[in-house]
Unconditional design. Sequence first.
Lengths: 139, 179
Amino acid sequence: TMAVCVAVIGKENSPLYVWVGSGREELHLHYLAHTGLDVIQEKVAAVNKTPGDTRELYLGLLYASEEYKVFGYTTNTRIKFVIITDAANTTLRDNEIRMMFRRLHNMYTNVVCNPFYIPGEQITSREFDQGVGALVAGN
Amino acid sequence: MSRQSMRANDPKKVSGELFTLTYGSLVAQLLKDYENVDDVNRQLERMGYNIGMRLIEDFLARANPGRCYDLRDTADKIQQAFKLYLGVSPSIGSWSPGGDEFSVVLETNPMAEFVELPDHCLGLRYSNILAGVIRGACEMVQLEVMAWFIADQLKGDNVTEIRVKFVKRLEDAIPAGED
C-alpha cells in the first residue's frame, strides 16, 4: 500500500476523517497525525511571511521517525490533510505524494459539495471511503 | 463534469457546479423548513410545475419544435428539452402497451452530482423538481400528464427514471395556477 494512514483535519484542528491501514497501531498513528499539526502550523506561518502571490498547498515531509514518514498539505480554508507512510517505503516519490494530496483535495471538495454535508462535521461519505481505498491501494 | 477541464464558456451560461450547489442548498433548506420528507417532495414538484409552465415558452421559442401529433412526439420533445437545458441525453422507453405511459431514463443526473442522501432522508425524491417541470410544461400545451420518479441513482438504482403518463387533453381550458 501507498500509505498507512490518511487523515483530514478541520480548521479547528478536530479530525474529520482518519483512515488507518488494517493491522496498524491506530492510536499511535492518530497521535502522529495530530502532532503533525504543530509542524503544519509552523510551516504555514513561515509561508505567510514570504511575499508572493501563490501559496504552496503541499507542505512536504513534516517529520520522520524510525517507523513512519508524515506528510502534510493544507488548503486556503484551513483544512489539513496528513498522509503517513512507512519510513521503509523508499519507492514513493515526492511527486506521487503530491498527486495523492491533490486527489484527496478533490475528493474532499466533492464531499463538501454534498448539500447534506455540513462542513466541520465528520466525513461519513461512502464515495470518500471508496476514494481513500483506491488512493492507498495505488489505483 | 471534470473540475479540471477548461471549457470555453458562453458568458451567459452559469457553471454546472453553481447550478448543482444552488439546487442542493434549496433542497437542504426545504428539508430544514418542512422537516418532513413528503412535504419537501410535494414542494419540489410544485416548484417544478411553476418552472415548467414558464420554461415551455422558452423551449417553444428557442427550439421551435413542430406540433406533437401523438405522445411519442411529446416524448421526443421532452428528450430534446433535457438535452437543451440540462445537457444530458436521456433515453425514452418502457412504453406501456396502451402507448399512454413512458419512461425518461437518465444515466447521469447533473442536479444530483456530489449528493449522497443521509439515512434519515431515504424517502426524499431529490430531483422531484424535474417531475414538476414536465407536468407544468405539458399543461401549457394543453396536455395533462402525471410525472413521477420510479428509480433514483441516489437510492442505489442503476439509473434515474421518470415515468410520464398521459391523463387527458385539455381543450380550451385555462389551467389554474398552483397556489
